[in-house]
Write a protein that binds this ligand. Structure first.
Ligand code: PLP
Length: 377
């Protein structure tokens, strides 16, 4: 029988009970605030877990035709699409598959929104409240000069009559207090347009499932906003919040090397291929087996099994010296990680497994040479 301790590595192990706990919290916030909370696929496309997710939430937001098809063929709820630029070739499919489409520019809206409306799709315009609360530039949609959303000065006194909703997205792993700042900027700049629309989508980045997130404050903000604009449907589209801390990457040490006093434990996985946000963000993930650094404890860089020089992170301390065969648990490697992996170097892709609430562990997917070969031609 497979267990988290014995399943072969490398493996992403997702925990059903942790997922359900997030889903319960999100459903509760939705019920208490009256806001519709839909799931952003960009953070999670492990569709074999959608039977579980669908028990709580079937509405979703898609940022590509692939995500749209995945949503329509699995969750099947309301389909909100937003992509930075639609083309003559893609818009028909978006219209056929979406209940809502948000446009990123006035020109895109002018070209495509009347057609979408005529087909019964609700149309929105993404606006940019120019309120930066994110410190990491590549995750900051409100960075000066951002390509996302129309600024207030370009809209003027009223919206084109083919727009039914407004959308803003300015958060990333943010608190309700960050939302409060952005919401104020949004209302200051776009409040005069709200009588003309039916819905407001407040984007993603609401990390309501993180320990310490002030959900009461979020519910209050949303409830008060709805009181100010009772005709509006309020929508949130978080991604990370759904799968935050729901899965780990299990890896094993395959060798330990030393160079100029620096010890590196090489694992059967890779930061570049299997934990890309660690290098991109960058951030140092928690390893369950590591301990706080203390004098005399063995410390290591952890190195990926790829040939990219920068495929390492450091340093972690361990109670004992690491040796070949030791298992390491890289925590919180489900949201965004599982959708962003790659097969650089042809390196073995971790399997994906689910630990059921009753403790049983089952494979959702195992990868082999055919997966590597079929990506290429
Ligand atoms: C438009 C939009 N909506 C929703 C999300 C989901 O954000 P998060 O996963 O941070 O909640 C993103 C993330 O980039 C986004 O760009």
């Amino acid at each position: 029988m497979l267990t988290p301790q014995t399943i072969p590595t490398p493996c992403y192990l997702i925990y059903e009970e942790r997922l359900r706990s997030n889903l319960r919290l999100i459903s509760d916030v939705s019920r208490r605030s009256g806001a519709k909370i839909i799931m952003a696929f960009k953070a999670n496309a492990v569709w074999r877990t959608f039977d579980i997710i669908g028990e709580y939430c079937r509405d979703f937001t898609a940022s590509s035709l692939n995500e749209l098809e995945l949503g329509n063929t699995t969750l099947g709820g309301d389909a909100h699409s937003y992509c930075p630029a639609y083309t003559d070739d893609t818009i028909e499919k978006y219209i056929a598959g979406s209940t809502h489409i948000t446009f990123n520019s006035l020109d895109q809206a002018r070209r495509f929104a009347p057609k979408a409306l005529a087909a019964g799709v609700s149309t929105g315009l993404r606006v940019n409240p120019q309120c930066s609360v994110i410190e990491t530039d590549i995750y900051n949609p409100a960075l000066p000069g951002s390509r996302f959303g129309v600024t207030a000065d370009c809209i003027g006194a009223c919206l084109p009559d083919y727009i039914e909703g407004l959308h803003f997205h300015a958060l990333c792993e943010s608190s309700s207090h960050d939302l409060e700042k952005v919401l104020k900027a949004f209302e200051d700049q776009f409040g005069h347009l709200l009588p003309q629309v039916k819905w407001v989508n407040m984007g993603g980045g609401h990390l309501m499932t993180r320990a310490g997130y002030d959900t009461e404050h979020l519910v209050k903000l949303l409830t008060e906003f709805r009181k100010r604009y009772p005709w509006l449907e309020v929508i949130l589209e978080p991604g990370s919040a759904f799968t935050w801390r729901t899965g780990d990457l299990l890896a094993s040490v395959v060798d330990v090397v030393e160079n100029q006093g620096i010890k590196t434990a090489i694992i059967d996985a890779s930061f570049a291929c299997h934990m890309p946000d660690c290098l991109e963000m960058p951030y140092k993930p928690a390893i369950t087996e590591s301990v706080d650094a203390a004098e005399g404890l063995p410390s290591y860089r952890i190195g990926g099994n790829s040939c990219l020089s920068g495929d390492f992170m450091g340093d972690w301390s361990f109670p004992q010296a690491l040796k070949q065969g030791n298992r390491l648990t890289f925590e919180d490697m489900n949201h965004y990680t599982t959708v962003k992996t790659n097969m650089f170097n042809g390196i073995a892709h971790p399997s994906i497994a689910l630990a059921r609430s009753d403790g049983k562990v089952e494979y959702l997917r195992q990868y082999d040479f055919s997966d590597y070969k079929s990506r290429m031609c």
